[in-house]
Design a protein around this ligand. Structure first.
Ligand SMILES: *Cc1c(COP(=O)(O)O)cnc(C)c1O
Length: 481
């Protein structure tokens, strides 16, 4: 499709800017434009059609199945958007006196209360803007805790190889050295290997649970106690709480600090770059180090607690992405304790259903037992025998009005496809996806040489991804007009 700069004609609209209602100031010559501003001039209908066409080229959960593993691309109830749009939430200023924003403070207080109950933590802080930001914040708490106790030799964070990629990155960014522990053949943390690396320099351990092959770490209590006995703290990557909310609580499993991705599990659509929210929860022993100290109530009036002198300091302006918290609270309160549990159970059921039904055709490396909310397929055999890669397979799925699964992640599975159906899909949708996966697989075996041609129906087929990443063209070249 054409860019908006390539459309329209001169003198067609563009007179929508209101009359100037402030004193006119004459700028000095050096600030004057040297070349024409070149704004596109389109009629209202043309603009409307342009953006509708763009929207039609966008694939989202409202268009079709979107089982992007590790991302929880589920349907987010529209009513929560409506609630977050209420003027009482959108028209407040972060510097307004506290007594004028009691409703917003109540939202923060309630959201903290519920998320603590769901996770088993004592405090929840809403400043971090996303998951990885929450990780960095949580790791800073661990750092502050050890330094406050004059135990600064603890500079190692242990991370299993089945962790989400952001975990080792965040640990390194927070100033720690990362120690890797391998997984066993079952795809779980190798507890003996873990014992071998803990010591007096262990600051903490970061666990992605369910891990990136979609499994619940069954030795979780033993793991957290090994770390505690060595004097370290346990970090729970709870970005994918979708498998366990309402069922099991990280706080009861020996974790001291956690982050959540409200934009995955708790009703904020994501994938376009934000806004997200990655609240950090912690046990009492870490509360003083939090970026801010939460909401307090005095004589029936809510207000912000004074920042503790030991706080690690702000990680984001004001109170984080507040409207995402509004949606999360609305979601939690609509579903209630039973509803949250049902959501998790159905997410796990849907993933197991698909995994089980695909298992007769596909190689599912850790598919012996039940998975949690997602599972991982390996197309390594197809790659070796027919030279059809996970990328080719994913591209072919695009012609079937569905988003492909996550590719090439986790790294410990070759030619990986990571499927997360989520609880918001019906059995019919899953059956149709299963049928198409098998159909594409059969086709790939029969005519492997054609698999490099797909997709055939999308606006762009196979872009040169390296070139697109290295030499992105982000501006329109007006001289070409
Ligand atoms: C998505 C995800 C993250 C990172 O979250 P962002 O909001 O993208 O920064 C971290 N850990 C896990 C397990 C995730 O799935």
């Amino acid at each position: 499709m054409k860019l908006i700069f390539e459309k329209g004609n001169t003198n067609r609209g563009c007179d929508l800017i209101p009359e100037c209602d402030v004193p006119v100031v004459t700028l000095s010559q050096k600030f004057h434009r040297k070349i024409e501003l070149n704004l596109p001039e389109l009629s209202e209908t043309e603009i409307s059609r342009h953006y509708t066409e763009l929207a039609n080229h966008t694939f989202g959960v409202n268009n079709g199945f979107y089982p992007l593993g590790s991302c929880t691309m589920k349907y987010n109830p529209k009513v929560n958007e409506e609630l977050a749009k209420l003027p009482g939430f959108t028209d407040v200023h972060p510097l307004q006196p506290e007594h004028t924003v009691q409703g917003s403070l109540f939202v923060l207080q309630q959201a903290e209360k519920y998320l603590c109950e769901i996770t088993g933590m004592d405090h929840m802080n809403f400043q971090p803007a996303a998951g990885a930001h929450g990780e960095l914040t949580g790791l800073k708490l661990i750092w502050a805790y050890h330094h406050d106790r004059n135990d600064s030799k603890r500079d190692k964070i242990i991370v299993p190889d089945s962790a989400h990629g952001t975990n080792p990155a965040s640990a390194a960014l927070a100033g720690f050295t990362v120690i890797n522990v391998p997984s066993t053949d079952d795809g779980l943390v190798d507890v003996e290997a873990l014992r071998g690396v803990v010591g007096e320099d262990t600051a903490g351990f970061m666990l992605t649970n369910p891990n990136t092959v979609g499994l619940f770490e069954k030795d979780i209590l033993e793991i957290t106690s090994i770390i505690h006995q060595a004097g370290g703290l346990n970090y729970y990557d709870g970005a994918n709480l979708n498998a366990i909310m309402g069922v099991a609580r990280p706080g009861d499993m020996g974790f001291d600090v956690i982050h959540l991705n409200l934009h995955k599990t708790f009703s904020t659509p994501h994938g376009g770059g934000g806004p997200g929210s990655g609240p950090v929860g912690c046990k009492e022993i870490l509360s003083r180090y939090l970026p801010s100290q939460g909401i307090i109530e005095e004589d029936g009036i809510l207000g912000f607690a004074h920042k503790d002198e030991k706080s690690i300091g702000r990680v984001k302006s004001f109170y984080g992405n507040f409207l995402v918290v509004v949606k999360a609270l609305a979601y939690i309160m609509t579903l209630g304790a039973e509803g949250l549990k049902d959501a998790s159970c159905n997410a796990v059921l849907n993933a197991n259903y698909m995994m089980h039904r695909l298992g007769d055709v596909f190689d599912i490396p850790f598919g012996n037992g039940p998975c949690m909310h997602e599972f991982v397929i390996s197309l390594n055999k197809l790659k070796k025998e027919k030279a059809v890669s996970a990328l080719d397979f994913a591209k072919a799925l695009l012609d079937h009005d569905m988003h492909p699964p996550t590719m090439y992640f986790p790294l410990i599975v070759y030619e990986a496809l990571m499927v997360e159906p989520t609880e918001t899909e019906t059995k019919e949708t899953l059956d149709e996806a299963i049928r198409i996966y098998k159909e594409v697989y059969a086709y790939a075996c029969k005519a492997p040489e054609t698999m490099g041609d797909y997709p055939l129906t999308t606006p762009i087929g196979r872009p040169d991804e390296v070139k697109a990443a290295r030499n992105p063209i982000l501006r329109f070249d007006f001289s070409s007009k």
